[in-house]
Design a binder for this molecule. Structure first.
Ligand SMILES: N[C@@H](CCC(=O)N[C@@H](CS)C(=O)NCC(=O)O)C(=O)O
Length: 331
């Protein structure tokens, strides 16, 4: 029986690096194992679905799905908690975790596979991992295959000629709002990382390693870049802030990105799954959005609504959610 936790993942997988950043912050002894040909057999032993990350526990169980992984590890290692005590911050952090996983993934995935330069850079890096770093023709062949497969799959996150400009605008607006918020604090909720940091970071870190998104971030969002670098090995520099000092720059992000785009999209997606529809159209603040529904996101919206319903005292939370256009999608 192995003593440490083992994280099977890939640098190019936002959910994998999210889990690794969490383990590093909590100082949980672990090994990072790159999923590749040499580790495939071991990976398959623990993976119920062929997805990374997978965490193999010291008890030899396999854990999958980054959000439940963080929740389970928080139960096992409660200190230092990634959940602010303040009720509003605590729920907003969970909301941003979900926003990062589901909407931030559209930014990252779309930008990674939309333009030739990004396609080639990402396909080459994935091809290298798939062929165990051997290089040469095998790696080139793998890169070609990855490129063809992924470019063909952008529709999967809702990227299309209709939605592409909306996704790119949302990315630029999103990192500008974060730039203002992070100007006066090292992490989203103050001087230590919260649940929301990890979800949003996995996507933005990956975007930053790609030519187009990385170039935009370096040029226009140096503070976000510093946070991206900090979150690779996060450490507490102090405590969480009260909601009152976070609100002035965090509420605009909630209003313009979460309430105006992500939650109405997520609600329409969940309704389409429930109705068994092949496609859905929703009017967002950024325009008309049509796509094939995504099953996983319907489940994670249900989990978020359950989390909202479980908040015992919503006296301070509801006015914030109402003001930012989020409440009607959660209540
Ligand atoms: N909801 C899952 C998503 C995991 C996921 O989509 N993983 C992707 C990489 S980011 C994957 O493994 N894709 C298939 C592959 O790489 O073979 C989580 O949060 O862990």
């Amino acid at each position: 029986m192995a003593a440490d936790y083992r994280i099977f993942g890939m640098e190019l997988s936002p959910y994998s690096v999210k889990v690794r950043s969490y383990f590093r912050y909590k100082q949980i002894p672990h090994q990072w194992i790159v999923r590749g040909p040499a580790t495939q057999e071991e990976f398959a032993k623990y993976a119920k679905l062929p997805l990374v990350p997978v965490v193999a526990t010291p008890e030899d169980e396999g854990l999958q799905d980054s959000t439940p992984i963080l929740e389970e590890m928080e139960r096992r290692f409660p200190e230092p908690s990634i959940h602010p005590e303040d009720t509003v911050s605590c729920f907003v952090s969970a909301l941003l975790e979900e926003f990062g996983d589901e909407w931030g993934n559209k930014w990252m995935f779309h930008l990674r596979w939309a333009r030739e330069a990004d396609q080639d850079a990402a396909a080459r890096r994935i091809g290298d991992v798939m062929t165990g770093g051997a290089g040469g023709e095998a790696a080139e062949g793998a890169a070609k295959m990855v490129k063809a497969r992924m470019v063909d799959r952008v529709w999967f996150v809702g990227s299309s000629p209709q939605t592409a400009p909306q996704i790119e605008q949302s990315f630029e607006d999103g990192f500008s709002l974060l730039e203002a918020h992070l100007a006066s604090r090292p992490y989203l909720f103050g001087a230590r990382p919260a649940f929301g940091d990890f979800g949003l970071w996995g996507q933005l870190y990956n975007a930053w390693t790609d030519p187009t998104a990385g170039g935009l971030l370096r040029e226009r969002a140096p503070t976000v870049v510093a946070w991206i670098e900090r979150m690779l090995e996060p450490g507490a520099e102090g405590d969480f802030e009260p909601w009152s000092t976070l609100a002035p720059t965090l509420e605009p992000l909630l209003e313009k990105q979460v309430g105006a785009l992500f939650l109405p999209w997520s609600d329409a997606n969940a309704k389409a799954i429930e109705a068994g529809d092949d496609s859905f159209t929703v009017e967002l603040a950024s325009g008309t959005w049509t796509q094939k529904p995504q099953k996983y996101h319907a489940r994670s919206l249900a989990a978020l609504r359950k989390r909202y319903a479980a908040v015992a005292d919503r006296a301070a939370l509801d006015p914030v959610l109402e003001k930012t256009g989020c409440l009607r999608w959660l209540a």
